[in-house]
Write a protein that binds this ligand. Sequence first.
Ligand SMILES: NC(=O)c1ccc[n+]([C@@H]2O[C@H](COP(=O)([O-])OP(=O)(O)OC[C@H]3O[C@@H](n4cnc5c(N)ncnc54)[C@H](O)[C@@H]3O)[C@@H](O)[C@H]2O)c1
Ligand SMILES: O=C(O)C(=O)C[C@]1(C(=O)O)C=C[C@@H](O)C=C1
Length: 309
Amino acid sequence: MAVVYDRVALIGLGLIAGSMSLAMREAGLAREVVGYARSAETRDTAREIGLVDRVTGTAAEAAEGADLVVLAVPVGAMGAVAAEIAPVLKRGATVTDVGSVKRAVVEAVAPHIPEGVHFIPGHPLAGTEHSGPRSGFASLFRNRWWLLTPVEGSDPEAVARLAGLIRAMGANVEEMDAAHHDLVLAVTSHTPHLIAYTMVGVADHLKRVTESEVIKYSAAGFRDFTRIAASDPTMWRDVFLQNKDAVLDILGRFTEELFVLQRAIRMGDGQHLHDYFTRTRAIRRGIIEAGQDTSAPDFGRSQVSGKDA
Ligand SMILES: NC(=O)c1ccc[n+]([C@@H]2O[C@H](COP(=O)([O-])OP(=O)(O)OC[C@H]3O[C@@H](n4cnc5c(N)ncnc54)[C@H](O)[C@@H]3O)[C@@H](O)[C@H]2O)c1
Ligand SMILES: O=C(O)C(=O)C[C@]1(C(=O)O)C=C[C@@H](O)C=C1
């Protein structure tokens, strides 16, 4: 494949940046991938495993002369990193980020971006519960969505070039308004993570109280919750603090629904429960029929078509 950017700088060398480096190098999309991570330990690991072509000692050193700079740190750290690299950014370069929240990142980063540099915020909808420089893999983005939330006045050519790189890594690109992104992700990613964290906390608490072995004997559904609840604490702390309004909105709706279901259980209202679960099953089937379930190959069609389908 053809080179899209001569030099790409990755600021942060964790799951997402590491996967980007591996994907770009595998497909020959950059002539040089330079990386910086805050901790010396991460930089040493990156060197040891050859994660990037060159590891630098500062973020500015990595960003200097780069054609594409990718901010791949927790969302609460984006503003400070942008401020640090701003003075060395090359005219005509593009700065993007991979943060899970968009409005707060735009507010924190955009003021630091100098005239003549393109800022195109982004978010790959792909990840795992693992983090750090050893957790990346080249196929992470394959058949996944990668949302771009260009700001007003973004240069269409710069957007198209970035979208080209992302597509060449295997992802599907869509553009979206930042506020809309945050609401959608509050529903599809952020609140579900909070619910998983809470449920695992409840089980752990119960284990201590009753001495029963809730976690040891947990069934598949709960195991999925424990995987999600093993996700990086810093990243998720920042997601909730930075997407506060949308998450609180969705959480409010969630608790209202939960109370309705709680009441149906208390009142023995089986009809309500059955109707509700029928509706939610149809949503799952809709996702699979639309071919959008790229996340769980082992949860294919057969497992959602119950005997009364
Ligand atoms: N993990 C996922 O599933 C996932 C998916 C999509 C997007 N994201 C987003 O991508 C970004 C990176 O996530 P990741 O999963 O690669 O994380 P990670 O923990 O694997 O890597 C984060 C990197 O940022 C560095 N870092 C941490 N705090 C910093 C600070 N205050 N200043 C400078 N550097 C700092 C770390 O040293 C590390 O190199 C986050 O903004 C996250 O919201 C994550
Ligand atoms: O599969 C997982 O482990 C994820 O949680 C990935 C996931 C998601 O919620 O889908 C998590 C956060 C991101 O911003 C994007 C993707």
